[in-house]
Design a protein around this ligand. Structure first.
Ligand code: BF8
Ligand code: SF4
Length: 635
């Protein structure tokens, strides 16, 4: 039974325990929800006014218009772009938070934070065309924060947001500008989506989708700034060896799971936990404090500090079922509300930290950057207290963990390549793409979903693509899947990579001092860190003098679920990248919207959505796309 729900080996140990204890998990609730609403699945249910809900009959013999007159195309388009707006809001709010923290640091107001990576801050400043000559680092930070916050404030509709302008190829920017989809102000674009989708507003599906694309590009802008400023504050990732899956939880330690997305909280918790290690030992924990990550917060601290990853999205509840997590501290996004109830079945303190993200039944520590150290201390103290209440008889830590070599961004990829060619680090990558040793590049992103057996589509597709010499990058819960299943190891490269890919990964890894190949899948970080993959792609495109839609580059979200994934997938298409979805998007009730996203987009943008639920077939289709792109480049 377990096999259909998840391929994570930890679940086989923990699901029977959950059952015995009467704890319902995400998979139980998924089952109880069957059959799911067919109108919702098609995207033809409208609830945006109280004359409704209205639903369009997909078979044509019932209503074809809602009470106000909206047809299926309008309803589907409105629903979709509201999802994009929500995704963009989540990422951009995270970005704003980080930008304000940088501003606070520049003003000397935040003792818990510093600029740990000055070189990165200088690179960011240069990218934003900020003059840094003769400037103190604080002044550079202030200028970067100001330019970034302008992206939330500008009222000049014709001027692109600073970050998107600094990030894309010139050709891409012009192409998007010609379609009037380049955001000038993240907040304004999100507000416009909400406004234009009110009852009785924009009813033209094409116009709505273009508005959605603008929202998705606002999402991209927010992700770029969130990632790059986090690097300046906490350090750009460098390769580090760590581990993944629930076996990273230690029986003799105070285990604190950091869960959510924003590194402002988790970074300080990690630092304070180190200082309080002795207190945990005094409480009887022989191994002190053990921080483990869940979801994208987990990815953030994993790629920067080698903190092990306990779980990706679908196994977050199982972390609690181990009975050995003393505190789960959460901030924003992808936190199942069920964790409070499951924590209460054990001794676990589930602690929310953000004013706008509380969970009924959880305790709350109001986290503020100004008081971050104090807040983190309170959180760690709570964990130590909870540890004292842990019942060792209820501890069941599955004996599963895999080594994972993680920490790849533009900087670390270029640094590794520079060991082969210091003058022109990108040349070896380009040569190997050109000669076919690397057939193409695939970025795996996105979530887990109960619509797919957890992690299975990621793993199946990656093995097939790697065998066909496709270089694999990953972020978010996709990266979590690969880490848990041992695909971020050198052994995986030896076992699964095709011969020519293996030779390239071995040459780079060996020359970069890894004593062997690079891992089969390169972990680029959290979901907001998808911008890292774009940075690499833009660097390659600029070096070749072509736009992104010419590169043999594809993206895939085989287990997509969140509104954030909808936003990411849409900007990926807008940047010219063919983007695979392995779960059915809720748009198929409109033939027009479906065609726009899967076909018309190709002419307008170069990128398009490719939907294929079967992972084997999906990998084959992506290989065809890669070959088509290679042909276009004449290689
Ligand atoms: O931002 S991949 S389930 S954790 S939404 Fe969420 Fe999806 Fe995971 Fe991270 Ni991204
Ligand atoms: Fe129905 Fe129109 Fe109201 Fe939507 S906006 S619920 S279609 S009346």
């Amino acid at each position: 039974m377990t096999l259909n729900l998840t391929t994570d080996p930890s679940a086989a140990t923990l699901l029977p325990i959950a059952k015995k204890e009467g704890i319902s998990t995400v998979w139980d609730r998924h089952r109880a929800m069957q059959p799911q609403c067919g109108f919702g699945q098609l995207g033809v249910c409208c609830r945006i006014c109280w004359k409704g809900p209205c639903r369009i009959d997909p078979f044509g013999d019932g209503p074809q218009r809602g009470i106000c007159g909206a047809d299926a195309d309008t309803i589907v388009a409105r629903n979709l772009i509201r999802m994009i707006a929500a995704g963009a809001a989540g990422h951009s709010e995270h970005g704003r938070h980080v930008a304000l923290a940088l501003q606070g640091v520049s003003q000397g107001k935040l003792p818990a934070y510093q600029i740990r990576d000055e070189a990165k801050l200088l690179r960011v400043a240069a990218k934003l065309k900020i003059c840094t000559e003769g400037q103190e680092i604080q002044a550079v930070a202030a200028a970067v924060a100001k330019a970034t916050l302008e992206d939330f404030q500008s009222q000049d509709h014709d001027a692109p947001c600073n970050w998107i302008e600094a990030t894309l190829t010139k050709e891409r920017l012009e192409r998007l500008q010609a379609l009037h989809v380049v955001p000038h102000n993240i907040d304004a674009v999100i507000t416009q989506i909400m406004g234009r989708t009110l009852v009785g507003c924009d009813a033209d599906p094409v116009n709505l989708i273009l508005g959605g694309i603008k929202g998705a590009l606002a999402d991209f802008n927010g992700m770029c700034l969130a990632t790059e400023i986090s690097d300046a504050l906490f350090g750009a990732p460098a390769p580090v060896v760590t581990a993944a899956n629930l076996g990273v939880i230690k029986p003799d330690a105070v285990n604190i799971a950091v869960h959510g997305h924003n590194p402002l909280l988790s970074e300080v918790v990690c630092e304070v936990a180190q200082q309080m290690d002795e207190e945990a030992r005094k409480a009887g924990a022989k191994e002190g404090i053990n921080i483990v990550g869940i979801c994208c917060t987990g990815n953030e601290v994993m790629v920067r500090h080698g903190i092990p990853l306990a779980a990706n999205y679908l196994s977050q509840e199982l972390a609690l079922v181990t009975g050995a997590v003393d505190a789960m501290v959460v901030d924003v996004q992808c936190i199942m509300p069920s964790v409070a109830e499951i924590g209460a079945c054990f001794h676990t303190a589930v602690i929310t930290t953000m004013e706008e993200n509380k969970i009924k039944g959880a305790s709350h520590v109001s986290f503020k950057e100004e008081t971050a150290l104090e807040n983190a201390r309170q959180i760690v103290e709570t964990a130590i207290e909870a540890y004292k209440r842990r019942d060792p008889r209820r501890v069941n830590i599955p004996d599963f963990k895999q080594t994972a070599i993680v920490g790849f961004g533009l900087e670390s990829v270029v640094a590794a390549l520079a060991t082969l060619n210091a003058e022109d680090p990108l040349q070896p990558l380009i040569d190997n793409i050109a000669n076919g040793n690397i057939r193409g590049i695939a970025l795996f992103a996105g979530c887990n979903s109960t619509q797919v057996a957890q992690d299975s589509s990621f793993v199946t597709m990656a093995k097939k693509l790697a065998k066909n010499n496709v270089l694999l990058l990953a972020t978010g819960c996709g990266a979590g899947s690969f880490a848990k299943h041992g695909l971020m190891t050198q052994e995986a490269t030896v076992e699964y990579a095709g011969d020519s890919l293996k030779a390239v990964l071995t040459a780079i890894g060996t020359s970069a001092g890894l004593n062997g190949p690079l891992p089969l899948v390169l972990h680029m970080g959290s979901c907001v860190d998808n911008s890292r993959a774009v940075e690499v792609a833009v660097a390659v495109a600029n070096r070749l003098g072509v736009d992104l839609d010419k590169l043999p580059l594809v993206a895939s979200a085989p287990e997509a679920m969140s509104e954030k994934a909808v936003a990411i997938g849409t900007w990926s298409v807008a940047l010219g990248i063919p983007t695979h979805l392995g779960t059915m998007p809720q748009v198929t009730g409109s033939a027009q919207v479906t065609e726009l996203l899967t076909q018309t987009a190709k002419d307008l943008l170069g990128g398009y959505f490719l939907v294929e639920l079967d992972p084997e077939l999906a990998a084959e289709k992506l290989l065809e796309v890669i070959d088509e792109r290679r042909k276009g480049l004449g290689i």
